[in-house]
Unconditional design. Structure first.
Length: 398
């Protein structure tokens, strides 16, 4: 008796649904989990044929399955798990995995069905498939844009080469550009290709965590490519004389706070960007767009060349119609031998290693600062950090 009570308790409290039928398919017992899945009470189901819980065409075929087994002894379902569909009381159909076991009890046969709801798994599978398809479309779009840009660069190759031949220094810049572009484009593109292949592999296994991991890698690689392309476009506009300062009054405090919040999202683990403003006013008269590009570039470098668990200090100071912007990090610093070439296009310090970069950022910063009649200064020591200081005088009355 105790053994029977234990068995009933196990069945009744099972996480998955359990249904017991006799050899005619009549429901004799159904546990709470199965009742919740189908939306019935026990009184509504006990005594009914189990096909009552099946949608067509299984409803009409079920009694034939039992009869065929009794006549032939051939097991088509018993002992073999398979995916089927159930019919709820409200008329909705849902997928579940069914396992059927035969129980011989005295001179009768009974069948026990174990029901594992697959509804959530199917929804997750659909989400992963949809997300993968969207990702593939985005990758194709990014790749198409990239191919277009590369084709445009190839088209202008003859013109660029002619300009480089005018001076030896420009020819050296070309060599640096080709070397840098070849490496900086190849690395993220290889990462995108590999991660996309792995996403396809993991999605079939419903390995959501691996899909998210490689999706993150693709996003990071695309961000790197976007940064490179933005540097190229900024340099092209500067060389063509298409960039001019457009000055107007704005609040540098709220402007800088937004930048700090934006860049914090791009920081490494436990990197903290600390922003402070000094001055009795925060109103300045400058080109907000050019200034933002300068600050974004400097903070991006501070993040890139500093390690985890470090602090980046970002300050603005307004005093006597002068704006001072400071970005200070505790990163790898710049070797003394490289400091004289720091603002040259395509130049990168020898201690940057495998850290990605175009060597254009600081050159663009200096030229933008110059367009706003400002100055840029760098104080650095290898392995002890770097401080960049931008200074602008604005004499226009508000």
């Amino acid at each position: 008796m105790e053994r029977e009570k234990l068995l009933n308790a196990i069945i009744e409290n099972g996480i998955d649904g359990i249904i017991t039928i006799n050899d005619r398919g009549i429901i004799e017992h159904i546990n709470a989990a199965a009742l919740e899945l189908f939306g019935y009470t026990k009184k509504e189901l006990v005594g009914k044929n189990v096909s009552f819980l099946m949608p067509q065409p299984d409803k009409n075929k079920h009694d034939g399955y039992i009869e065929n087994y009794q006549n032939t002894g051939e097991k088509k379902i018993i002992g073999i798990g398979r995916e089927v569909h159930g019919l709820r009381k409200d008329g909705t159909v849902f997928p579940f995995r069914l396992g059927v076991s035969e129980i011989k009890f005295t001179d009768t046969k009974k069948f026990m069905g174990f029901i594992h709801d697959l509804s959530q798994a199917k929804r997750d599978e659909a989400k992963i498939k949809s997300y993968t398809e969207e990702l593939e479309i985005k990758i194709k779009e990014r790749t198409r844009d990239l191919v277009k840009l590369i084709n445009e660069l190839e088209t202008s190759k003859e013109h660029v080469s002619a300009l480089f031949e005018k001076e030896k220094e420009l020819n050296q810049l070309k060599n640096r550009f080709v070397s840098m572009a070849s490496h900086e484009f190849r690395t993220p593109l290889s990462s995108i290709q590999l991660s996309a292949s792995l996403i396809e592999k993991y999605s079939t296994k419903q390995d959501t965590s691996s899909v998210e991991k490689h999706t993150s890698k693709i996003k990071s690689a695309i961000n790197n490519l976007t940064t490179i392309l933005n540097d190229f476009l900024s340099l092209e506009k500067l060389e063509a004389g298409k960039v001019e300062a457009s000055e107007y009054w704005f609040d540098v405090f709220s402007f800088a706070e937004e930048i700090a919040e934006e860049m914090q999202l791009m920081s490494k683990q436990n990197q903290h960007i600390i922003y402070e403003h000094t001055g009795i006013t925060s109103q300045v008269f400058l080109d907000q767009h050019l200034l933002k590009n300068c600050i974004l570039n400097l903070i991006s470098n501070a993040i890139k060349y500093s390690g985890e668990n470090t602090m980046i200090q970002f300050n603005t100071i307004v005093e006597n119609k002068t704006l001072v912007v400071e970005v200070k990090d505790n990163g790898i610093g710049i070797p003394e031998t490289d400091r004289q070439n720091l603002f040259e296009p395509f130049f990168r310090a020898h201690n940057t290693g495998d850290i990605p970069g175009t060597g254009l950022g600081l050159n663009i910063v200096k030229r933008y600062v110059g367009l706003m009649n400002g100055t840029v200064n760098c104080e650095t020591e290898q392995n002890k950090g770097t401080t960049f200081t931008l200074k602008f005088d604005f004499q226009t009355e508000k």
